[in-house]
Design a protein around this ligand. Structure first.
Ligand code: GCB
Length: 611
């Protein structure tokens, strides 16, 4: 009995803590909305006193959270004798979206909790509608409160999430409070150890989405696998009247119309013939206006149609073999500093890639913001999209696996209509073990179930073939499961000197395309010297020249993404006078200047055009 009572208590204690997150709403750019971007107030709380009381109880779980310290209540008083130990109205301001580290010097190295506060009025557009609070991303853990009530929490620093707030919004005097905590921990994804800056805060757009009582939550329109003349279509309604409803799809430019009827779960599926499509490609990034209509609700999207598949060692885009002329990119604006988060940032980063002659980018090592993917659609760049399953994470921890799956599922849900995205990557440089194999196999399966058309890969490692000096093999059992064999190859930087590249031969057992996910060398822009001297532009240039010769001898080579477009911040990089907290493997400096190796890639890609 006592046991039962305890379980019962635990159950009720858990309910408010793990408030269900609403299913992800997509197409957020084209919906009626109120942007909450702009200036917010913030309070730094390294001891989390606003979250835990002095007995370490979670305040938002208590009958009496303690209005003097429970920041989410935003308590105000006119009684001068009352003790209130915080005041958002007096707190410093910070820009949202943007990480905190690059905005405030005192927060440069900060890892911990910061409370964000935003006051706003909200005039509902019409009667009977619903409102959802949407976050593009918060790094890493977010607890969200509206008008003193908890609306939910989320983990994962690079994925979007939303909560319904219909019953909480009021016409005037709303206050939204977000506890953002970017502390690293072992069981998370990524874990404590990465080679990038752990930028904290509300790093992507925040908005209130205004939708009808029953509304189009999500939709899908892409070419059917193996058939370039048929579109596969799916739409999901959300709301009390979702069953047996008519939803209309219209692609006027392709003279297509389709009416679908939802089942009891609000889902409708169909296919429609579409001949003479103008196919999307990097050379012709054509996007169609796609309109969805359900009762008064209408959604607009710009969608490209292309096929992507592999045959033997070839990658076929719209049936024709392509060479992926790529570059790896972190989501960072090195010139301004901090996480990239806007259309302009995307234009700058992807513009540099275009200038190099790329038709492809590897968006490392986590899901990038939606502006990046949409810009890639617009300007014509194919995309490798990745989740932060990086180096060593807890392969045997079911919560860690669930977390990785959630991040991957969010990326696929958000970006499944983007023609640019051709590859889902489930991991980077992970050590082979039975537990890892099980973990990653599940992620690969998730990609295959959620996305029937795109390719799957991961950045593996290479190794010396046993008993040989200069023969390299991959040896990762995941080669069997992926569509594209990718590995990080640092011969000449982490493995010998650049001349070693001339002795190395690769043995790759599979008749699958090989796309090198990384190679590179560190160089400080403006530092010149002999090509044998590390950190000079000449060393990096020479390594690139020699590496390209070596890679060209791999018969299945179908592309590459050298590491990396631009220098990026990393606390692991401590060499004073050279690194100063930057990973210097960029082909472009933090000031935007191109290093010599940039031009090596530009020339190499010019010669690969049309291949
Ligand atoms: C790698 C990692 C990447 C690092 C890079 C480096 O293999 O995948 O995240 O930044 O090497 O510079 O060492």
């Amino acid at each position: 009995m006592r046991k039962f009572g305890l379980l019962f208590l635990l159950f009720f204690w858990l309910i408010p803590f793990f408030k269900a997150q609403s299913p992800l709403i997509t197409h957020t750019h084209s919906r009626a909305q109120l942007s909450l971007n702009g200036q917010w107030r913030y309070i730094v709380d390294p001891y989390e006193s606003g979250y835990y009381n002095y007995r370490q109880d979670v305040r938002d779980q208590l009958q009496d959270p303690g209005k003097s310290e429970a920041l989410f209540l935003n308590h105000h008083t006119t009684d001068s004798s009352e003790r209130i130990e915080y005041d958002f109205e007096k707190a410093d301001r910070i820009q949202v979206p943007r990480d905190w580290n690059s905005q405030k010097e005192k927060l440069f190295y900060y890892e911990g909790t910061i409370w964000y506060y935003k006051a706003f009025d909200y005039e509902k557009a019409g009667k009977g509608g619903r409102q959802f609070l949407y976050f593009g991303a918060v790094n890493y853990e977010a607890h969200v409160y509206l008008n003193g009530k908890k609306v939910g929490s989320h983990i994962g620093g690079f994925s979007p999430f939303n909560f319904e707030v219909t019953d909480l919004l009021q016409p005037e005097g709303n206050f939204l409070i977000v506890k953002a905590d970017n502390r690293r921990s072992r069981e998370q994804v990524p874990t404590v150890n990465t080679d990038w800056w752990n930028y904290g805060g509300i790093t992507r757009d925040v908005k209130i989405l205004e939708v009808g009582k029953t509304f189009i939550q999500d939709s899908y329109v892409q070419l059917l696998k193996g058939d370039a003349n048929t579109l596969e279509v799916e739409v999901q309604l959300n709301g009390p009247n979702k069953s047996q409803q008519k939803v209309l799809l219209e692609i006027a430019e392709a003279k297509l119309q389709l009416s679908l009827t939802t089942d009891d779960s609000g889902l409708a599926r169909g296919v429609v013939r579409a001949s003479e499509l103008n196919y999307w490609s990097p050379e012709n990034p054509h996007l169609y206006e796609v309109k969805w209509r359900y009762q008064g609700d209408s959604l607009m999207d710009r969608v490209g149609f292309r096929t992507i598949e592999t045959r033997g060692a070839n990658i076929l885009l719209n049936g024709e073999s392509v060479f992926l002329r790529g570059i790896s990119i972190h989501e960072e604006n090195p010139i301004r500093g901090g996480r990239a988060n806007s259309k302009e940032d995307a234009r700058m980063l992807l513009g540099w890639a275009k200038e190099m002659g790329c038709n492809y980018v590897r968006l490392a090592h986590y899901t990038h913001n939606e502006h990046m993917i949409r810009m890639a659609d617009e300007i014509g760049l194919m995309v490798w999209s990745e989740v932060p399953v990086y180096w060593t994470i807890q392969w045997s921890n079911p919560a860690t696996l669930q977390n990785a799956k959630d991040q991957l599922a969010a990326a696929i849900t958000r970006d499944k209509n983007r023609a640019s995205v051709i590859i889902w990557s489930v991991a980077n440089e992970t050590p082979i073990s039975a537990a890892r194999n099980v973990f990653l196999t599940q992620l690969i399966q998730l990609c295959r179930t959620m996305d029937r058309v795109r390719l799957v890969s991961c950045a593996m490692e290479k190794r010396h073939k046993e008993g040989t000096q200069n023969v390299q093999e991959i040896g990762d059992p995941l080669q069997e499961l992926v569509d594209i064999i990718s590995f990080n190859e640092y011969i000449g930087w982490y493995d010998g000197l650049p001349e070693k590249t001339q002795r190395v031969r690769f043995e790759i057992q599979y008749d699958k395309p090989v796309v090198i996910s990384e190679f590179g060398a560190g160089a400080l822009h403006g530092l010149h010297g002999a090509k044998g001297a590390r950190w000079t532009e000449e060393f990096q240039e020479d390594l690139y020249i020699q590496t390209l010769q070596m890679l060209d001898s791999i018969p299945q080579l179908r592309g590459m993404t050298p590491w990396i477009l631009a220098d990026f911040r990393s606390p692991r990089r401590m060499l004073d006078g050279i690194q100063d907290g930057w990973n210097r493997k960029g082909l472009i400096s933090e000031g935007g200047e191109k290093k010599k190796a940039f031009y090596v890639m530009q020339r190499y890609y010019a010669a690969k055009q049309g291949l």
